[in-house]
Each structure stands twice: as C-alpha cells, then as structure tokens.
Design a binder for this molecule. Sequence first.
Ligand SMILES: CC(C)(COP(=O)(O)OP(=O)(O)OC[C@H]1O[C@@H](n2cnc3c(N)ncnc32)[C@H](O)[C@@H]1OP(=O)(O)O)[C@@H](O)C(=O)NCCC(=O)NCCS
Length: 198
Amino acid sequence: MTEGKENKEDEIEVFPFIEGETIDLVAGNSKWVPLVCKWQNDPKVRRYARNMWPVTIEDIKKWFEPSPDRHTKEFVVFTIYHKRDKRPIGSVGFGHINWVSRNANIFATIGEPEYWGKGIAIEANKLLIKYGFTELNFHKIYAGVFTPNKRSLRAAEKLGFEKEAILKEEMYVDGVYHDIHKFALFKRDWIKSNQTES
Ligand SMILES: CC(C)(COP(=O)(O)OP(=O)(O)OC[C@H]1O[C@@H](n2cnc3c(N)ncnc32)[C@H](O)[C@@H]1OP(=O)(O)O)[C@@H](O)C(=O)NCCC(=O)NCCS
C-alpha cells in the first residue's frame, strides 16, 4: 500500500498494524513529520487538542525516534490512515502508560478537519481500545475533555466511557476558564458491552 498524494518516486510504504473498515492504524513514518507538525500547529485542530505551544519539526522528529524498552514505554502512537483516500489524516494513541496500575490516557487527533464528523474518531478509538485491553492488558483507559470540545464529549459517551469527575475551571483557553470532564473505561465494562453488542 502506498500514499496516493506522493509522486511515484516519493511513494511511502504503509504498514497497517491494526486494520479497520474506513481506516487502518499504521506505524508512523518519518516522512510524515512535516504533516504531523502541520496538524499540531493548525489553529483549528490545536485549539481542541489544547496545544498552547508551537511545535517544531525537531520536536516531532523525536516522536519517531526508536522507543525505549517496550516494558517501560509510556507512550504509543499510531497514524490514522484513510484506506480509500490513501492518506494519513491523524494520530491516535496512549500516553502516561502506567504498567503497574495498568492504565493509560487515550488521545486522538484528526489533523485534517475535512474528515471531522464522519465517525473516524469513533472507529480509530474503538480499534485502539481493543488493542489496549486485549493486547496491552490495560485495566483502565481514561481521557480528559474540556467543555467546548463537543465532538470529543460525544465520542467519549458513544465509546462507553463513564464520567468520573468534573474538574472545575481547570483549563484556560481563549481567555476563559473551562471545566475538564474526566472519563474512564474499565476493561470489565468494555468486555460486558462487547458481549451485549455481539
Ligand atoms: C475530537 C475529534 C478527534 C473527533 O473526531 P471526529 O472523527 O470528528 O469524531 P466523530 O465523527 O467520530 O464524531 C463523534 C461524535 O461527535 C458528534 N459531533 C460532530 N460534530 C459535532 C458538533 N459540532 N457538536 C456536537 N457533536 C458533534 C458526531 O455527530 C459524533 O456523534 P454521533 O456519532 O452520535 O453523531 C476531532 O474532531 C479532532 O481531532 N479534533 C481536534 C483535536 C481534538 O480535539 N482532540 C481530542 C482532544 S480530547
């Protein structure tokens, strides 16, 4: 599989790690560094992802460097690759992985806003959650969403996350203090809801 937007000589090989219907979760490619940098700095995308600092190409390159021992790794990230359009459109992954308490923070960014509202975040998160519970053996996956991010609030609810807490006026964005909604999904509840669905 190759990225369609490239010239023939620049074709990028894509290695799906987890296969979905509309998208695959693929291993990152260092040729996508400028693209990821664009997503991180895009005013529309970064506002909801709460990136307050400019991100440089050098910063992003570090994400693609060989990771430390997998048993101490605190971070795992995939590129969301659109199968029909043959292009990378975002990133999804786990951060703050705690291998003793077996929990992690889930994050997702669809860096190309033209792909927002098409159910892609839901699909990518479902694939990642399954990976987290059935391959990495997480006990709990959590997320924090600030009030204006209606898409993420809706996505958390649809994915079966329960609201654990509201941190009042925790986040200052565009001159206003916003509440952060803390969500969590436990493996036992995820197993139950998957049994009900099938
Ligand atoms: C948040 C984000 C990942 C969601 O991705 P997405 O692919 O657009 O999400 P989905 O299409 O799967 O939609 C999720 C839900 O939000 C709903 N939604 C879409 N636009 C909405 C809006 N403006 N207001 C309220 N709900 C909305 C969708 O309808 C869907 O619910 P439904 O299936 O019941 O209809 C994406 O918008 C993004 O990357 N934003 C910028 C970065 C970011 O916010 N990251 C997350 C930080 S917590």
